[in-house]
Every structure is written in C-alpha cells, then in structure tokens.
Design a protein around this ligand. Sequence first.
Ligand code: FAD
Length: 390
Amino acid sequence: LPPIDPMDLVGIDEQFSAEEKAVRDSVRRLCHDRIDPYVADWFEQGRINDIRGLAKELGTLGVLGMHLEGYGCAGMSATEYGLACLELEATDSGIRSLVSVQGSLAMFAIWRWGTEEQKNEWLPSMAAGEAIGCFGLTEPDIGSDPGAMRTRARRDGDDWIVDGRKTWITNGTVADVAVVWAQTDEGIRGFVVPTGTPGFSAPEIKHKLSLRASVTSELVLDDVRLPASAAFPEAGGLKGPLSCLTEARYGIVWGAMGAARSSLSAALSYASERRQFGKSIAGFQLTQQKLADMNLEYIKGVLLALHLGRRKDAGTLRPDQVSLGKLNNVREALAICRTSRTILGANGISLEYPVIRHMNNLESVLTYEGTVEMHTLVVGQAMTGQAAYR
Ligand code: FAD
C-alpha cells in the first residue's frame, strides 16, 4: 500500500477536480506567504497590518465575491469558494471573516438585491479589494431576532433619512460602503450607505478576546440622508438579509474545518515530537484516541461541506441544510481545537502555536451568522415541522 496522508485518511482529495485544487492551492499559497507569518502578531496586537493592501491582494487573487457572476467577480463554483474559505480559515477565522463579509454579505446583498446602478458602482471595486464593505444587521438590543430591529428609515421627499445603531459589525471601521438594513413603512429594506455620508460613523469595538485579527465595529447612523437611489428596490422583509446570511454561513461550513485542520495538524506534529516518560506522547493510547476521534470529526465535517457544496453548485441547497452544516462543523471544529490544545499541554495556550487562537476565534464563529442554538432550532423545525423559537 502507498503511504497514507494522516490529514486525508479516506482520500477526500480525489473528489476535487484539477481546477478546484488549483483554486485551493493558489489561496493556500497566498495564506502561506502573506498571512501565516504575521497573523499571530496581528491577533496579539488586535489589528491587521495594512488591511487595505491585504484586501487588494485578496482581490487580485479573485477571492472577493468569487462565486458571483459578472461585475468584475470571478464567477467560480460554490465548491471552489468553499475550498477558499477552508484555506483562509486554516490561517485565521478573522481573515476568512474579512472575505466572507465582503463577498457573501456586502457584495452578495448588492449583487442579489441591488439596482444595476448600485452593482456597477460598487461590485467591480469591491471585487478588486479597492473598496471594503460591511453588512449591518445586528443592533445593541437585537441579535437572533432581527425582525424586531429598531433602526429606521423614513422618506423625506425623494430622500431617505436613516437613524439607528448597529453593533458587532465586521469590517465596519475600515469599510467604504455599508449595507444597512432598516425598518420602513413598507417593511425591512436594505440601503447602500457610503461610509463618508454625513451622520455615519463606525467606531471600533475593542477588548475582544476572539477574532482579534478582524475589525469589529459599531455603526452609528444619526439622521443619515440618502438619495432614493441608495435603497434596494424591493422591500423584501427579512428575506433580503437572510438570503445573504445563508451565503455566508455556507462559507463557514467549509471555513470551520480549516481551523480544525490547522489545530489537528499542529497537535499531530507536536505529539510526534514531544517526549514524556521516555517516549513520544503520540505513542500513548490516550493521545491516539484524541487524534483518531478528532480526525473522524474532521473527515465527516469536510465530507458534509463537500456534499453541501455539490448541492449548492447543483442549485438544490436549502437554507436548513446550511444550518445543519454550520451547526455541526463549527461545534466540532471548536471541540477539535480544545482537544488539540490539551495535546500541546502548556504550550497549547501560547500564540506560538495556532491552536488557542483558532479556539478563541471559533467562539465568535459559534455565535455569529446564527447562534448554535438558533441553528439547532432550524434543524429541529426541519425534523418536526414545529418552530420552537417563540
Ligand atoms: P442574542 O440573540 O441576544 O442571544 C443570546 C443567547 O440567547 C444565545 O445563546 C442565543 O442562541 C440565545 N437565544 C436567543 N433567542 C433564542 C431562542 N429563541 N431560543 C433559544 N435560544 C435563544 N452582525 C452583523 O449584522 N454583521 C456583522 O458583520 C457581524 N459580525 C460579527 C462579528 C463578531 C466577532 C461577532 C461576535 C458578532 C458579529 N455579528 C455581526 C453579530 C452576530 O450575528 C450576533 O452576535 C448573533 O446574531 C447573535 O446575536 P446576539 O449576540 O445579540 O445574541
């Protein structure tokens, strides 16, 4: 038998086409050269050095809005997008968040719900990484129940006046454009807000112990006057923002397995080198049980992501299937990081290794884009036909 790849025990790699592997390898290369050497430092400092330069490099590679067609976007498959998310999150969930929010939330919102004018104005520069976008749904008092949002837009002649607060908004402080969701007399509508508009500000949220290599912000909208052309044409209610969240959650299904891969592979190489009681700790049965159990969950998670990716490419993926994938893969990735941490012993708590950084990051990923509890209820509803959120 040929030697087995310990990180691909069942040969999942064979399921990917040459093009898919080429996309994956190009993202992996960028991460390896441009992000991996610095990301622990960015996490420690709580700031991505030269985020604009990084956004442009990601744009040049074609990963921003990569699964969208036209307007300067790369038009790649959902599976290719998923593989890119996995590689980005193997580097850091914060970097994957930058790309997810740009491509799947801000760009997808404009691409799916915007006017031709809005698409032509924003999508080419966002795809190139020259303009950064954010997506404002969550508010200080409104998280899992966005239908109750308080941010309000009212008409004033042909203009709109938007008032409200958003919080926990990824990319907010560095964004050139914010997609903001607000209540109107016609239901919830989306607005494309250039961040230089008077009355708009986006102070950064400090003191996070998770996703430190990611900008997180409040959005303050005080009487922000927008032209009629800033509104998305349809008053779609929650359908608008939820359609974007399904896109971003799909990326997380893959991405979480990247954080899991990085932690598991760090644990495996550490276990092989670390010696106690005169032998390699990889030779102890308890260590092997951890490694084997983690690898099983990693393999199952990647297979689930791939299955959902193929469904998305076939146009048959449902939002509740994405919920199931997000629920499982983030939960299991977090468990893999925690177990990996134990294998590294005291070294596991150091930023010299990627494990505790991934573990802390995944605490955010478990909560954002729908909490683990909300996705559990979505799966429960799919099984029983009964909604238990209210
Ligand atoms: P809450 O909704 O208040 O929930 C608190 C707890 O109650 C959770 O455990 C929840 O599951 C539980 N709960 C709530 N309702 C129910 C129920 N019916 N049944 C059972 N349990 C329930 N938002 C954006 O709009 N844009 C962004 O770019 C963005 N980026 C983020 C980045 C980071 C780092 C973080 C941490 C969050 C980000 N968010 C963003 C916000 C995120 O989407 C919300 O935190 C998330 O939706 C949960 O809302 P909440 O924190 O207000 O929690």
